[in-house]
Design a protein. Structure first.
Length: 479
């Protein structure tokens, strides 16, 4: 009995002395494992006195057929830890905290309500949705039989004798996507508004993409990926800037529970040295954005090599750009095309080919995302396409705490200085492997999804739910 009590005290002391073990919540099980030995005559050996079998590399003795394969298990642990560290502990990506979440969702809601010309926001209105469903009824008149999902969906509904207008309520979906985004912006309702916004967004996006032929959704695709990814980020209850968090603290006060005892466990998830699901969600959005830009340059260069760099495609687009937002600047570029357009073409392709550096290099990520914004702004000013949704999505890819954490702006925006400390703690201390164990499965899922997105972009698969279309991947020299 004395040996048993000393053993239990030894493990209990071990758990209390390790903050990481308390944070993970999975290492206090040793004490519970020892409880069944209360009535046994023989106690389990102490960890410090356990002999290691040199043949099998495992503790204790026994037949080899009863032990797991330590080599495969060790290899799996090492690989999954590397993947988890890549996805969940990016030092330049913070958890999806309140100010960042509010700016992203509120900006998206503003675009949907104001409907800027050329932004693709009309796809999420009831009128555009109804017109798209009307086209599904008359599928033979599409002229886009190359679209696999359009043929499958249209002929499938015809075979079942279903009218898509009776299946999808466009007015209801429009309200769901707008209200879901609005509630997600203020952090009210938990994860349910984010899920509703993501599901209805992809339904309306799919209806437009299926009904209107190839490449109608390259303005909305990246934002849709962000909506889905943020359904797996931090809950509102661990975010002090959300309405749910305020309501939770108010409820605990009514129950007479001290606020410190309820917030301790929640604040651990914001520890800078701990993995965060919000970092992983932002990382997969970053990966998709880099794939879109990278393969846009790859396909241009693969199709036309150095011919595309003469600026002929940009010149032809300027001649067709009757909807330019600054006509004087468009005319000036056309008149001096020999001077401006070739450098613009060269810089744009080089910037696109270097986009994948943003995934692996936090130091150059700001410059890469900034070049994307300049690229999209130039297209919006001189030509018709408006990538406002993409530029709003780029907000979640920037390390705002790293840019402004040490400036005077942090005095007026406290969350910048608070997160700056979290960033420094990650760079000083590598995340221990035991904290990565709950993230291993998620890391594998994110890796499989990233490979899928990479392959679909490489093969230019433009079938819903994927959209891979290299804009301006043509040249006037084509017959």
């Amino acid at each position: 009995m004395r040996n048993r009590n000393s053993m239990v005290r030894h493990y209990a002391h071990h758990d209390e002395s390790d903050d990481d073990d308390k944070d993970g919540g999975i290492y206090g099980i040793e004490t519970a494992v020892l409880l069944p030995y209360h009535h046994t005559a023989e106690m389990p050996p102490s960890p410090s006195k356990t002999r290691r079998n040199p043949r099998y590399g495992q503790s204790g003795s026994g037949p080899s057929c009863c032990r797991p394969n330590s080599t495969i298990g060790h290899l799996y642990s090492r690989v999954t830890d590397i993947l988890a560290r890549f996805w969940y502990t990016d030092p330049a990506l913070s958890p999806l905290h309140g100010p960042l979440r509010f700016v992203f969702y509120f900006a998206m809601l503003t675009i949907l309500l104001t409907k800027p010309d050329g932004s693709g926001s009309m796809a999420f209105t009831a009128g555009s949705c109804k017109r798209a469903l009307r086209r599904l009824v008359h599928y033979d008149n599409f002229g886009f039989d190359m679209k696999f999902e359009a043929g499958l969906f249209g002929h499938g509904l015809r075979y079942l004798d279903w009218d898509p207008r009776d299946i999808f309520n466009c007015g209801y979906m429009q309200s769901c996507v707008r209200w879901g985004i609005a509630l997600s912006a203020i952090g009210l309702g938990g994860m349910l508004p984010r899920i509703i916004a993501a599901v209805t967004w992809w339904l309306m996006f799919g209806i437009k993409m299926i009904s209107f032929g190839p490449s109608p959704g390259h303005e909305q695709y990246l934002a849709g990926v962000a909506f889905v990814a943020f359904c797996f980020a931090e809950n509102n209850f661990v975010d002090e800037y959300s309405v749910d968090s305020y309501l939770w603290r108010f409820w605990t006060r009514l129950r007479g529970v001290p606020p410190t005892s309820t917030n301790t466990a929640l604040q651990r998830r914001w520890d800078g040295s701990s993995p965060s699901p919000g970092r992983a969600a932002r990382k997969i959005v970053l990966f998709q954005a880099c794939c879109v830009m990278f393969f846009a340059g790859v396909h241009k260069f693969a199709s036309y090599a150095f011919t595309w760099l003469d600026g002929g495609t940009i010149l032809a687009s300027l001649h067709d750009g009757n909807n330019a937002r600054i006509p004087l600047l468009r005319d000036f570029c056309r008149e001096h095309s020999w001077f401006f357009l070739p450098p613009m073409a060269i810089v744009s392709v080089i910037g696109e080919l270097l986009s994948m550096m943003g995934v692996f290099s936090p130091s150059y990520r700001h410059y890469i995302v900034g070049s994307w914004i300049i690229f999209h702004t130039g297209i919006m000013i001189l030509m018709h396409p408006n990538f406002a949704m993409n530029m709003v999505t780029y907000i979640v890819l920037v390390d705002w705490r790293g840019l402004f954490g040490g400036t005077a702006l942090a005095k007026y925006l406290p969350f910048l200085s608070d997160e700056s400390g979290a960033t420094n703690s990650i760079r000083r201390k590598r995340c221990p492997g035991r904290k990565l164990r709950p993230c291993r499965l998620g890391a594998v899922v994110y890796t499989v999804l990233a490979i899928t997105l990479f392959v679909t972009s490489l093969l230019r698969i433009d079938y819903w739910p994927f959209s891979s279309y290299a804009l301006y991947n043509w040249h006037p020299s084509d017959p």
